[in-house]
Design a protein around this ligand. Sequence first.
Ligand code: AMP
Length: 335
Amino acid sequence: MLEIESIATIASHSALQIMKGAKQEGFRTALICLKDRINVYSRFRHLIDNYLIIREYKDIVSKGIQKSLLDLNAIIIPHGSFVEYVGVDNIYRIECPVFGNRKLLEWEHNQFKKYELLKSAEISVPKVYNDPSEVDRLVIVKLPGAKGGQGYFLAKNKNELIRKADKLKINLAEALIQEYIIGTPMYFQYFYSPLFNRLELLGSDIRYESNIDGLKRIPFHIADPTFTVVGNIPVVLRESLLSQVFDYGEKFVSITKEKVPPGAIGPYCLEAVCTNHLKIIVFEFSGRIVAGTNLYIMGSPYSWLYFDEPMSMGRRIAREIKLALENNELNKVIS
Ligand code: AMP
């Protein structure tokens, strides 16, 4: 039987929350840390039992780090940096258990697969154009490998799309051309527990993005909007929206069980825009913890409805691992 003693992650994204949650649930912790980030993370040394130092993110799959993780009986918690910087192929090379479904990270990484998964779940999604000449409205263009909203651009019509793509030397066949939904962006932070077969909504947030969120401060349009995430702000949903939010959350769990078995495990996020007709349209998902959960390190208005104690997403993950170990069901939560 597998033993788990330490919870490990990469020093970035939501690492502090994950370390704190692990400590709250009685685990030891290990932080895989870029050399030049030690200065930040060592300020929280009471949360970190072991540092595994790397020179670049991909070093996580080096023999030395893998051995250290195995020696520590560690389980890895993947977050956004695993998808963006470690590389999805490398995720399969991690030898110790990984919390969640590694395959879902692979789907998350591919914009086209991601969109198809949402669509086949019968979740409302924006229209996608395969042929640029068919563009008949405002679109957002997502280039392959764009990270954290960086590298997206808007085009008002097909002529502008083709002109901008030429200027930026972009091959539109490789880009996802998606209808731009006007409304309020909202991100729903779910946790699916395979142990209890229960879907929990643990929080919601809005991303603060530069410079689209700064443009409203000036009276006229002087720059093209960009979508680089710089932070997150909390939002509590109008309560009547919850039926759509739970419906989409459940549809997501079902479709992942069917197409990406064993399906979603633990945290995931649906990223949406709510229109003025109160219709929620989902343009993305993340198949792991999202950075917006950092808002709720003391718990959120939603987590408080489930738990009479502060329950961050990081702590919820550690709690699921602890319960899985106690019930001899670790295989249900790792891949
Ligand atoms: P993403 O990296 O895909 O989460 O997107 C970055 C940001 O782009 C989002 O937070 C939204 O502000 C914006 N965005 C992406 N897709 C759409 C869409 N189809 N409609 C409206 N806004 C979008």
